[in-house]
Design a protein. Structure first.
Length: 428
C-alpha cells in the first residue's frame, strides 16, 4: 500500500496532520488564553497556580512530595542540605486510585492517606502534584472541577483536594503540615527552572505528555484578571489545562474513542492526542483500514489494551518483530507496513497538536518583549520519552510554528520533575 493511499485514507476521515491548520489554531489559542486570563468566556481554563516561577528553596527541610498522575500515585520524602539542594528519597508508587474501579470520595482520599501516612509524620509540609482540572484558590489549595484519563471517582468532583487529603490523614492519627497543591505542568516548570541557570533562557514552558497532555507557563500578574485575591506581583505560573480544550475539530476515529469514554464530549484534545487515548485512536483507524480494504490480511482481534502504545511504538520500530501483537494481527509484510504507516501518521498528528499548544504558551510569554535567547521547554511524561517518533515530530512542528517570529527553543528533560516540583513548592 502506497503512502499516498494511507494519506488519502486519513484525510478522508480528517485524521491527518494536514487537516489541522497550525497557524490558525495557534492564533485561536492565544485569543482564548487572553480571554481566560481576563475571566471572559474561553476554551481554556487558564488556572492561576498562586505560585511564582522564581521560588527560593529553604535549607534544612524535609517535605513529602506526592504526584497523582494518570496511571500511578507516587510519593517520596525530599530533603534539603545547607545549600538548599534537594535530594529526593526512594519513590513509592501505587495505581492511581479510581483507575481500576469506582471509588467513593472517602475511599479515594483514604487510599492516599493509607499510602503516605508514615511519610507525612516525618515531613514539615506536603507538596501535592495533582494532574487534573482544579480551580485553585489563593491558599494554594483547589477544588476538583472534573476528572479525565478515565478516573472513576465522581464523588470527589467538587471537593477541595488539599483539605480533604489533610482530613483523611487526620482521621488516621496524622497531623500533617501545610499541603501545597499544584498541577503537573506547574511542577515540571518549577523543577526545570530550579535545575538550570535562568539567564540562559528567555523563558520557560512546562509541557507534560503522558497519560494526558497539558502546558504551563509564567504570566505577568498584571495580566491575570481572574485572581481572587489582591497583592500578587511579578509573575505567576498558569496552568492552561489545554487537554480540556474542545475547539479542535475531531476526526472520525477521535469521535468513536470520545463516544466510548466515561465522559463523552469533554477533554477532546486529550482524547485526540494523549497517551491514555492515542492507542485507541490508532487501533480504531487500523480496524477501519481493514473494512475499507487498505489492509487485506488483518484480524479484528486487536484493541487499545492488548495493543497499547508500548506495543505500537515497538511495532513502528520493527514491524516484523514476531512477539508483537500487531505483527500477529497482520499476516503480510505489506499490510504490516501499511499499519505502521497509519500509526506513524497519527503520532505525527498528535505531535502537531502538542506543538501548537506549546507554541501558544511560548508566544504568550514572548508577547511582552523580544528576547534573542531560546525558550526552555521542560518536557515530562512517559509517552513523550518513549513513544517512537513523537519527540522528533513535536520539535519539527514546533519549529515550523515559531519560525515566523524568529523564536528558538531547547527541549530539556529531567528525572522525576513532578515530584521535585512538588517538593520545591512545599519547600518555599
Amino acid at each position: 500500500m502506497s503512502t499516498k493511499s494511507v494519506d488519502e485514507f486519513l484525510a478522508r476521515h480528517r485524521q491527518d496532520a494536514g487537516s489541522i491548520d497550525a497557524m490558525r489554531w495557534t492564533k485561536t489559542l492565544l485569543a482564548d488564553m487572553k480571554a481566560g486570563l481576563e475571566n471572559r468566556p474561553s476554551g481554556l481554563e487558564m488556572n492561576p497556580s498562586y505560585l511564582s516561577p522564581d521560588i527560593r528553596v529553604r535549607p534544612y527541610r524535609k517535605v513529602l512530595a506526592m504526584d497523582a498522575g494518570g496511571t500511578h500515585f507516587r510519593y517520596a520524602l525530599a530533603t534539603t542540605d545547607e545549600n538548599a539542594k534537594i535530594t529526593l528519597g526512594k519513590i513509592h508508587s501505587i495505581p492511581m486510585p479510581g483507575s481500576a474501579a469506582m471509588l467513593s470520595k472517602i475511599a479515594f482520599y483514604d487510599a492516599i492517606a493509607v499510602s503516605v501516612e508514615e511519610f507525612a509524620k516525618a515531613a514539615d509540609s506536603i507538596g501535592f502534584c495533582f494532574s487534573y482540572s482544579v480551580a485553585m484558590t489563593p491558599d494554594i489549595d483547589g477544588t476538583l472541577t472534573d476528572w479525565a484519563k478515565e478516573i472513576d471517582a465522581p464523588e470527589v468532583i467538587g471537593s477541595r483536594v488539599g483539605a480533604c487529603t489533610k482530613e483523611a490523614l487526620r482521621n488516621r492519627g496524622v497531623n500533617p503540615g501545610r499541603i501545597i497543591l499544584l498541577n503537573d505542568t506547574v511542577s515540571t516548570l518549577l523543577a526545570g527552572m530550579d535545575a538550570l541557570p535562568p539567564d540562559h533562557f528567555a523563558g520557560g514552558v512546562g509541557f507534560v505528555y503522558g497519560t494526558g497532555i497539558n502546558v504551563g507557563y509564567a504570566e505577568r500578574c498584571e495580566n491575570i484578571m481572574k485572581r481572587t485575591a489582591p497583592g500578587f506581583g511579578g509573575r505567576m505560573v498558569i496552568n492552561t489545562e489545554c487537554g480540556n480544550y474542545n475547539g479542535l475539530l475531531q476526526g472520525s476515529f477521535d469521535r468513536i474513542v470520545d463516544d466510548a469514554s466515561l465522559q463523552p464530549g469533554t477533554a477532546k484534545t486529550e482524547k485526540m492526542t494523549s497517551g491514555r487515548y492515542l492507542s485507541d485512536v490508532i487501533v480504531t483507524a487500523l480496524k477501519q483500514a481493514m473494512l475499507e480494504g487498505l489492509i487485506l490480511t488483518g484480524t479484528d482481534r486487536i484493541d487499545g489494551r492488548t495493543c497499547g502504545l508500548a506495543a505500537i511504538s515497538a511495532f513502528i520500530a520493527d514491524p516484523n518483530r514476531e512477539d508483537n501483537p500487531l505483527h500477529a494481527a497482520f499476516s503480510s509484510p505489506a499490510d504490516r507496513d501499511t499499519a505502521a504507516s497509519i500509526a506513524i501518521a497519527l503520532i505525527d498528528r498528535a505531535a502537531k497538536i502538542g506543538a501548537i499548544m506549546t507554541a501558544a504558551a511560548i508566544l504568550k510569554t514572548a508577547a511582552d518583549a523580544k528576547d534573542p535567547r531560546p525558550y526552555a521547554i521542560f518536557a515530562e511524561g512517559t509517552t513523550f520519552h518513549r513513544l517512537s517518533g513523537y519527540r522528533t515530530a513535536y520539535a519539527k512542528h514546533l519549529q515550523t510554528v515559531l519560525a515566523d517570529d524568529d523564536i528558538t527553543f531547547e527541549i530539556i528533560t529531567g528525572p522525576d520533575w513532578p515530584l521535585i516540583g512538588a517538593a520545591i513548592a512545599a519547600l518555599s
